[in-house]
Design a protein around this ligand. Structure first.
Ligand SMILES: Cc1cc2nc3c(=O)[nH]c(=O)nc-3n(C[C@H](O)[C@H](O)[C@H](O)COP(=O)(O)OP(=O)(O)OC[C@H]3O[C@@H](n4cnc5c(N)ncnc54)[C@H](O)[C@@H]3O)c2cc1C
Length: 563
């Protein structure tokens, strides 16, 4: 690796009170967050059983009544008196990391909490109709026993359909199916003026269909979605392949793990992920669905990774560096949620001894603490500490730039492990907020097709090397540099993460043309906060938002005249 990419040597940082609060964060995590989380999970479990006892017809009827309530509520809003519209979901409940400060300002809340039912599983059309608060854990619990799955089933249990469509969502099957929103067949949306429309790829609302993903709920409220299902098998046959070398060589081994050099499509695995443990070591994992009969054949090893006392998945995968390549069978649902118990690897920072055998055995069944409870037990000081000394970012980059971003991040962040997850980025009929690189079709690099470019989600979640060594680290500055790197390299920042982007840079990273057109057409301007202001870090006043909206409206009107 070139010297320029080696991590910077930084001065030591003096410890302050908040360092000790962070050090002992495991106390509220274990004694408050874990038991309350268990109680919440139990209530969700009972709620799931209760929901399953209702007939499809009844669920659909309740859905229609709840949609009417949303429409009525929106009609009660007086734009002169009331603030901008947002959901009544409490800011600490969401999984994402952004400050949801707009929820402290004057606002007009619409309650969507009743939208948490799976409405229909259509095994003929292979489509699931679900409400937006249905979580991934709830979904796989129903579909896996039917040997079905959402085409993209993001790994973390608590993620919701609404968040994954209106923000972004990915899983190890995204190299085949694209992002979560690419697997959506239809969306039912309540617009700012109370109209309820069904948007599909090719009906009169196809523009809305393409504008909703990444919009952060700033065009309308999603009240149900029809999502593609795929047939699956009971087990995942998983191969763990260790890799040693430079970051370039690790990136190459990662690409080779799911893009066969001879172009043979039969060799493309069903699931892929890579974990980079240091600047010289990684493990690539490829999964292929397998029947129970195959998994239980003599000589095959079955690993129930979902059992509470099992080693945390990322640590278990790392053992491939010592053992060499190995293969095993994991029950499919347990495989899907393999990172949930250890919150990928974030749980190690919250409960440092949580990975020890005695803890896993005694309390592992209570894991993980709910992100929402961790958020309310952290307080302002710890939140700010995390902004400075901790990184949670997912960045989407073209596959051919994975080695570059790894080298860049090694120098600037030095955060390990790094998660690698490939995904197609489709060239759609309109320019949505995220698009492949111009001219990618001509290059046709490995993994690309004429209609999609292969991208990779590179996930950095942990304390940077400098912070772990007790050195000065400026998290905001590091994120700012990463964002500039992304803008220069046609990459994107996942919007759940803390962003330092200015408004101008936000719209240099994301394409706002189609999004803004749809906001005007569907009367969202003046009702919903615009995307940048919603995701902007720090407090924003209503005045600030309304002024920006008014300026944007003038700019957009001028653009429309020019067109
Ligand atoms: C620990 C952790 C693990 C994660 N793991 C994964 C992972 O495995 N895979 C993955 O893809 N991502 C993952 N993410 C990121 C995740 O994609 C985002 O957090 C995403 O926003 C989904 O979170 P949520 O369901 O809480 O949505 P929210 O944060 O509630 O919603 C996201 C956005 O969508 C809007 N929205 C939600 N519902 C509606 C609706 N009905 N109508 C209109 N707008 C709506 C919200 O207003 C918000 O702006 C992870 C994040 C963290 C912090």
């Amino acid at each position: 690796m070139a010297d320029s990419q080696a991590p910077m040597v930084r001065p030591k940082r003096k410890k302050v009170l908040v360092d000790y609060l962070v050090l002992f964060r495991w106390i509220p995590a274990i004694f408050i967050a874990l038991p309350i989380s268990a109680l919440i999970y139990f209530c969700i479990y009972v709620g799931g059983i209760w929901s399953a006892t209702k007939s499809e017809k009844r669920r659909q009827m309740e859905h229609e009544e709840n949609v009417k309530k949303v429409v009525q509520r929106l009609k009660q809003r007086d734009p002169k008196k009331d603030g901008l519209v947002c959901t009544a979901r409490k800011p600490w409940v969401v999984v994402g990391m952004r400050n949801v400060d707009y929820k402290r300002a004057r606002r007009f809340e619409v309650d969507l909490s009743a939208f948490n039912n799976i409405l229909e599983i259509d095994t003929e059309k292979m489509v699931a109709k679900v409400e937006p608060l249905v979580s991934m854990g709830q979904m796989t619990k129903v579909t896996c026993p039917m040997n079905l799955s959402l085409a993209v089933a993001p790994e973390f249990d608590d993620l919701t359909v609404g968040g994954l469509i209106n923000s972004y969502g990915i899983s190890g099957s995204s190299h085949i199916y694209g992002l979560f929103s690419d697997t959506v067949v239809a969306m039912e949306v309540v617009l700012a003026d109370g109209r309820v429309v069904r948007a599909t790829k090719d009906n009169e609302h196809s523009d809305l269909f393409y504008a909703m993903p990444w919009s952060q709920g700033t065009i309308g409220f999603l009240v149900s979605a029809e999502i593609k299902l795929i047939p699956i098998k009971e087990y995942m046959r998983l191969t763990y392949t260790p890799v040693r070398g430079t970051l370039k060589e690790i990136a190459q081994a990662y690409a080779d793990s799911f893009v066969p050099r001879d172009g043979d499509r039969a060799k493309v695995p069903d699931f892929v992920e890579g974990m980079v443990y240091s600047s010289s070591e990684g493990v690539m994992m490829t999964g292929v669905y397998a029947t129970e009969e195959e998994a239980k054949k003599k000589g095959n090893k079955i690993n129930r990774v979902g059992w509470w006392f099992k080693p945390w998945f990322y640590q278990y995968a790392e053992t491939a560096l010592k053992r060499g390549e190995f293969v095993e069978y994991i029950p499919t649902r347990e495989y899907y949620h393999r990172h949930t118990r250890s919150l990928y690897w974030e749980a190690k920072l919250i409960i440092p001894f949580g990975d020890q055998f005695w803890f896993r055995f005694l309390l592992g069944w209570l894991m993980p603490p709910k992100i929402s409870l961790l958020k309310i037990t952290q307080g302002e000081a710890i939140r700010n500490y995390y902004h400075d000394n901790h990184v949670i970012q997912d960045v989407l980059v073209p596959l051919h730039k994975v080695s570059d971003v790894l080298e860049f991040a090694h120098g600037e962040l030095e955060v390990y492990p790094v998660w690698l997850c490939p995904h197609r980025l489709y060239k759609l009929p309109v320019k949505t907020m995220v698009n492949p690189e111009a001219g990618f079709e001509q290059h046709r690099r490995p993994g690309d097709t004429s209609y999609s470019q292969m991208y990779t989600d590179v996930g950095f979640y942990y304390a940077p090397g400098a912070a772990l060594r007790g050195e000065v680290f400026n998290g905001a500055e590091a994120v700012r540099k990463l964002e500039q790197w992304l803008i220069a390299n046609h990459g994107y920042q996942a919007q759940y993460a803390v962003s330092e982007l200015t408004e101008k840079d936000f719209w240099r990273m994301f394409d706002g043309s189609h999004y803004e057109r749809c906001r005007r057409k569907y009367n969202a301007v003046g009702t919903f906060m615009s995307n940048y202001y919603k995701s902007k870090k720090g407090k924003k006043t209503e005045k600030e938002v309304l002024q920006a909206e008014a300026e944007a409206a003038i700019r957009e009107a001028a653009d429309a005249d020019a067109e």
